[in-house]
Design a protein around this ligand. Structure first.
Ligand code: ATP
Length: 345
């Protein structure tokens, strides 16, 4: 395959093994597909090291700053993003730039990346593919886990609900605490990787920084408000999207509390397996936007014994439609720690 490299390079090893991919100096064998998104495929890959005896000083080990991100068996998750135009190329470049700003045990680290240009289209411009390499978490997302549990009528214990949530708060605190603060903008169960651990609450890791941006925006005109709403409609999943991103005033100060709204919806979903506003609409349908703007919350029948009322009040506190009086991540952490000491053994 004819390739032109845009600085960094990933290259199919068409001759050796067919299924191998090079990301910069390292070679990976595709084992199987793990998932797919809008324009992306995620594969389980295994690093191919020619001299296994010196594995700790070659290959990815040489490249990755934090050795705890290296896997014992050489397996990783590789996301291949198909890029068809300049706008998509800029989005991937931004995802790579933003991901490299974060370093926290509850945020999925980007280990390496490469963008390649492939066969010119008829107009003569280049198509691109991006390859992003991450640690792999084989137990799936919080959404996958919730769906599997729902079909068995199982629920997380109160203690696990709080511990999973606490880890998401820790990851978000890192993002909201940067200068300038960053909002994730797409906090939802499908963007949380969960790893089950014996005798401990599951490990929760927030991923997908494709929508993460500096959090604070001053909206001072109708056209700026509409521009923000349009951006949000493409980047923030509707059932978890804050009211100010649906119906933005022409004079508004947007901040990282858009994520607190999504976090409230996510806490509800850890308990009941669905966003509160999808649940509120139920089978009858109706307007998701109206349900969100009115913060219309209903509580499903849960596990027996049910979750403590204090958890419901906690969700309601985060789902404050007026962003200016919604709590910040530090307030949330103080509160969840109190709930953990009260309800976890
Ligand atoms: N590090 C990983 N370990 C294991 N599985 C992963 C990993 N990263 C992604 N996946 C799987 O691949 C799926 C798609 O990944 P991701 O959400 O990053 O893609 P996306 O294109 O951003 O998707 P979407 O547009 O739906 O948000 C995930 O839902 C998950 O099942």
């Amino acid at each position: 395959m004819g390739c032109s490299f845009s600085g960094l390079n990933a290259l199919y090893d068409a001759v050796n093994g067919g299924g191998d991919v090079w990301i910069n100096d390292n070679r990976f064998r595709i084992v199987r597909q793990l998932g797919e998104g809008g324009f992306a495929y995620v594969y389980l890959v295994k690093e191919v090291i020619s001299d296994a005896s010196s594995a700790s000083s070659v290959g990815l080990a040489k490249k990755v700053k934090d050795p705890s991100h290296l896997s014992d068996d050489g397996t990783y998750a590789m996301k291949k993003v198909l890029i068809q135009n300049n706008e998509q190329l800029e989005l991937v470049r931004e995802e790579i730039r933003v991901s490299s700003l974060f370093s926290h045990p509850n945020l999925l680290p980007l280990l390496d990346h490469a963008i390649i240009a492939i066969k010119p289209t008829q107009e003569g411009s280049w198509n691109h593919e991006a390859y992003l390499l991450f640690p792999v978490h084989l137990d799936g997302t919080l959404l996958d886990n919730s769906n599997a549990m729902k079909s068995k009528k199982e629920f997380f214990s109160t203690s696990d609900v709080l511990q999973i949530f606490r880890q998401l708060c820790a990851g978000l605190k890192h993002m909201h605490g940067l200068v300038p603060p960053y909002a994730h903008n797409d906090v939802k169960p499908g963007n949380v990787l969960l790893t089950r651990r014996k005798g401990q609450a599951p490990l929760a890791i927030l991923m997908d920084f494709g929508s993460a941006r500096p959090a604070r925006k001053q909206i001072r005109s109708r056209s700026e408000a509409l521009q923000l709403q349009e951006w949000a409609s493409e980047h923030c999943s509707a059932p978890f999207r804050a009211p100010e991103l649906w119906d933005c005033p022409s004079d508004a100060d947007i901040d990282e509390r858009t994520d607190i709204w999504s976090l409230g919806c996510t806490l509800y979903a850890i308990m009941y397996g669905v966003s509160p506003f999808e649940y509120a609409l139920g089978e009858s349908g109706g307007s998701l936007q109206l349900a969100i703007i009115n913060a219309q919350i209903k509580w499903p029948a849960g596990p027996k014994p049910p979750y403590p009322e204090a958890l419901h009040q906690f969700v309601t506190w985060m789902l404050q439609p007026q962003a200016a009086v919604r709590p910040q991540i530090d307030d949330i952490i103080i509160h969840v720690d109190k709930l953990i000491s009260k309800f976890s053994q």
